[in-house]
Ligand binder design. Structure first.
Ligand code: ATP
Length: 410
């Protein structure tokens, strides 16, 4: 690859990133140490897209250790993590940045982690996923304040295209397929014909199935933290990813399923719900995604039990009845059910709210009233809760009166 420097509005760029001072310091120190340092990937892409810059990624050509130390000192920061691949995370007041030594990568086998060795900036750009992520801006060195765009990333940004750098890209690293779907949805871009070609090659080699379950899960979690995960999943479906993973037809309810619980549920819980709703806990897939067989069977058992109970739950008139029927089920199973049964969504919302309700009286209060801990106390506490859920009692006094009546009955 021959590198050609392109003129670039450097000042505007560093101000746009929101890290102008940090980047100026980074440039000064690089000059002092006579190192070529670059801002790469996301920040350059997001500058051209006029989207907020999230993370700062710097690449150093040559020895990064001394640079990392000098930079973290200058920023009154700390090197928080370093990896064997000469990678550093510098955390400083108000922010953090990732610093890596320019490297080249060789993939020993499809989908295996690459062998990494120090390299030049052009080799570093060549190891990247897509042209739009393979641009760099020089802070120092021969390309100071210039843009390096050896693969036409800027053109692809303007044309709205996700283009791989070479035909073997997805065979080398099939996680890039998930990345392609994320970017395509996030930026409303299309896949370039080269990208479609590279996908074809990945499918013929069954590359996706060579990934470890941990890596697939990691990618799915990243999908779920996108702004519109349901659209990314549908995009993955249209690319054949779900099918290649052995997932059945994507359910039409998926979009709704993710939206319902998006507000409160953590990505992990959501993921389990998603897996289940897609597969109804098909054992093979669960294994692929790293769920143990036991977990998968538990899910399946729960799912079936809930389906059986569903008519009763929907017909139950009292909140306490609905609460009792639902309380044994785990959240992922509940989410999955809400995504297939349209009337169940409201029930699930109610259940989550009811779970927060507690009686005023506690076991301690009952002890003071002379009720010993044991089955009787448990029964009374349960009755108190159900009465609260049904709105039959609301104050402490009403609860005390109810305890009196319950004791008389016993
Ligand atoms: P995001 O906005 O999703 O964080 P990003 O571009 O900052 O986007 P990261 O996942 O933080 O993405 O990765 C940083 C850079 O590293 C990317 O811009 C890309 O150039 C490169 N990269 C990350 N993962 C891969 C991969 N699997 N293969 C090739 N390059 C990758």
């Amino acid at each position: 690859i021959t590198l050609e420097a392109k003129t670039f509005p450097f000042k505007r760029f560093i101000v746009f990133t929101g890290w102008a001072e940090t980047l100026s310091r980074a440039a000064e120190i690089a000059e002092e140490l006579k190192l070529a340092v670059y801002v790469v990937g996301g920040p350059v892409r997001d500058f051209f897209l006029e989207k907020p810059v999230k993370d700062l990624d710097l690449v150093v050509e040559g020895e990064a250790e001394e640079y990392a130390r000098a930079l973290s000192r200058a920023l009154s920061g700390e090197i928080k993590a370093r990896s064997p691949f000469l990678t550093y995370k510098i955390v400083f007041p108000g922010g953090e940045l990732d610093l890596v030594t320019a490297r080249k990568e060789v993939y020993p086998r499809p989908a295996a982690l690459p062998k990494v060795s120090p390299g030049s900036i052009s080799e570093d750009l060549y190891r990247r996923d897509f042209t739009i992520n393979a641009m760099a801006v020089g802070l120092s060195g021969p390309f100071k304040e210039k843009l390096l765009d050896p693969f036409g990333g800027l053109f692809d940004l303007e044309s709205g295209l996700i283009r791989v750098l070479h035909m073997n890209s997805f065979v080398d690293d099939p996680t890039r397929i998930f990345r392609a779907a994320r970017y395509a949805v996030r930026f409303e871009f299309d896949l370039a014909k080269e990208t479609i070609g590279a996908l074809g090659r990945a499918w013929t080699q069954d590359a996706l199935n060579l990934l470890t379950s941990a890596r697939i899960r990691g990618e799915l979690l990243r999908v779920l933290s996108e702004r519109a995960p349901e659209r990314v999943i549908l995009c993955l479906e249209s690319l054949g990813v779900l099918q290649a993973l052995g997932l059945p037809e994507p359910p039409a309810f998926l979009e709704k399923s993710l939206k319902i619980m998006n507000e409160k549920t953590s990505a992990k819980v959501l993921l389990k719900g998603l897996i289940l709703s897609l597969t109804r806990a098909e054992a093979a897939l669960s294994q692929k995604l790293g769920l143990s067989e036991k977990e998968a069977l538990e899910f399946q058992g729960e799912w079936l039990k809930l389906q059986e109970l569903l008519p009763n739950i929907l017909a139950a008139t009292k909140p306490s009845q609905r609460f009792r029927l639902l309380s044994g089920f785990s959240l992922p199973v509940l989410i999955a059910t809400a995504s297939v049964e349209k009337d169940f969504g409201e029930r699930l919302k109610e259940f989550l709210a009811l779970k927060e309700v507690k009686p005023h009286l506690t076991g301690e209060d009952l002890k003071v009233l002379g009720i010993p801990p044991g089955p009787q106390m448990r029964k009374i506490l349960q009755n108190l809760l159900y009465a609260r859920l049904d709105g039959k009692v609301s104050s402490r006094e009403e609860e005390l009166a109810l305890v009196g009546r319950l004791l008389k009955k016993c």
